[in-house]
Design a protein around this ligand. Structure first.
Ligand SMILES: CC/C=C\C/C=C\C/C=C\C/C=C/C(=O)SCCNC(=O)CCNC(=O)[C@H](O)C(C)(C)COP(=O)(O)OP(=O)(O)OC[C@H]1O[C@@H](n2cnc3c(N)ncnc32)[C@H](O)[C@@H]1OP(=O)(O)O
Length: 289
């Protein structure tokens, strides 16, 4: 119920944005920040993140992404989604720092609800989610990948993935942490989260953050072949199994969703945290100059 209500809010927000849907022979639809190549006959869609320059998860992006995902969820012909970036090199730079810096509490609360919604929708999706990680994927970008059923990363040592929040002076929320612990185990998570480590593909594979590392030009074909394997499993048994594995962790957030929003708002509003974010943003700028 809570999920459905939040979804309606996002849909209303989406229509307020007034984005015109572009339909190309019923096989492609797009809003400004997400491109969907939908092969209804095959039951597979490719969702490309397209929020330049670095696919940060801004409020507008989250709204558009959730609307696109809901369209696919509502069409029973779609059984699988491949998530990838339209800009190879960066899968996603994670949460949009500008949504968490210099704004007011009401904005922080609205943003955090949308971030929660993204995680819940992806984590509990009945569809098969395969992540084709064709670039760097820190923090919220890594979280998106962690919600998927299978992760394939491009074999480029310049790309990294992990939860680096502590390097920014912030803390990975408990549900980011839970998702990570369930993926890599407690000790690895404890170590990596405290240090805010980002891992290149070979190490990410060793730790189980990703399931496969393949040459960069094969990420998409590999994602398609993995999807074909998963599609061969009957939906009902796979979905019941997925739900059995994931429901408790998602319920843990659902039952304390409002408290989690309040925690986030009071944490991110602190002067000391705003100062840390300011320093990090300055560092990002200086890196360029
Ligand atoms: C008690 C606890 C209670 C509750 C929990 C509380 C808090 C926890 C809250 C949230 C968890 C946070 C999760 C996150 O996801 S935080 C974001 C982490 N992301 C990063 O650290 C990535 C930063 N970016 C980079 O490292 C590089 O940009 C990247 C390697 C991705 C790409 O490098 P490239 O050289 O291609 O581009 P840049 O020149 O660096 O960037 C271009 C442009 O984009 C801006 N940028 C980059 N990342 C972000 C971002 N995440 N959000 C917003 N903007 C971003 C960058 O500043 C440049 O801007 P400009 O100078 O204006 O061109």
């Amino acid at each position: 119920m809570a999920l459905a209500a939040a979804g309606r809010v996002l849909l209303q927000a989406g229509s307020r944005l007034g984005r015109r849907e572009v339909v190309d022979g019923a096989r492609r639809f797009a809003n400004k920040r997400v491109e969907v190549e939908a092969d209804e006959a095959a039951g597979i869609a490719v969702m490309k993140l397209k929020n330049p320059p670095v696919n940060s998860l801004s409020l507008e992006f989250l709204t558009e992404f959730l609307i696109s995902l809901e369209k696919l969820e509502n069409n029973k012909n779609f059984r699988g989604v491949i998530l990838t970036s339209e800009r190879p090199g960066v899968f996603s730079a994670g949460l949009d720092l500008m949504e968490m810096y210099g704004r007011n509490p009401a904005h922080y609360a609205e943003y955090w609800r949308a971030v929660q919604e993204l995680w819940l929708r992806l984590y509990l999706s009945n569809m098969i989610l395969v992540c084709a990680i064709n670039g760097t994927s820190p923090a919220g970008g890594c979280l998106m990948a962690l919600t998927c059923d299978h992760r394939i990363m491009a074999d480029n040592p310049k790309y990294t993935i992990g939860l680096n929040e502590s390097q920014l002076g912030i803390v990975a929320p408990f549900w980011f942490k839970d998702n990570f612990v369930n993926t890599v185990g407690y000790r690895t998570a404890e170590h990596a989260l405290q240090l805010g480590l980002l891992f290149p593909p070979a190490e990410a594979l060793k730790l189980g953050i990703v399931d496969e590392v393949v040459p960069e030009d094969q990420v998409h074909s590999k994602a398609q072949s993995v999807m074909a394997q998963w599609m061969a499993i009957p939906d009902h048994s796979r979905q019941l199994t997925k739900n059995m594995m994931r429901k408790a962790m998602a319920d843990n957030l659902i039952k304390q969703r409002e408290a989690d929003i309040q925690n986030f708002v009071s944490f991110i509003s602190r002067d000391s945290i705003q100062k840390s974010l300011h320093t990090y943003l300055e560092k990002l700028k200086q890196k360029k100059g």
